[in-house]
Design a binder for this molecule. Structure first.
Ligand code: SF4
Ligand code: SF4
Length: 103
């Protein structure tokens, strides 16, 4: 499992650094980068925390993702999980965060 960080979108706010439970992300020249890709266990904390949408999760063959990228967008109480496939098509799952612990 691994994440991908888009340097162009990253503003160096360090929020991803603060939430990574494995201390895997560092800031170099005001840009986030992951230290040891193979140590990432895909908790998605950094992806959810990045408000610039600069981090995506790579869904490789090991988990049946066929190279898709997972990203997150949030607005009001809703979180969108977006899977962008290699052909550019997208699958979107919308979660109402207010009700996500209801059941
Ligand atoms: S949270 Fe996003 S914008 Fe902030 S440092 Fe991390 S990747 Fe960059
Ligand atoms: S997905 Fe989790 S473990 Fe992996 S880099 Fe992000 S915060 Fe760290």
């Amino acid at each position: 499992m691994s994440i991908r960080i888009d340097e162009k979108s990253c503003v160096g706010c360090k929020k991803c650094v603060e939430v990574c439970p494995g201390n895997l992300i560092k800031i170099i020249n005001d840009k986030a980068c992951i230290k040891r890709q193979k140590d990432c266990w895909g908790c998605t904390s950094c992806i959810k925390e990045c408000k610039k949408n600069a981090i995506k999760f790579f869904l490789g063959a090991d988990i049946g993702g066929k190279g898709s990228l997972l990203s997150v967008e949030e607005k009001d109480n809703f979180r969108k999980w977006i899977v962008t496939k290699r052909d550019g098509s997208k699958e979107i799952i919308v979660v109402n965060m207010k009700e996500s612990n209801k059941y």
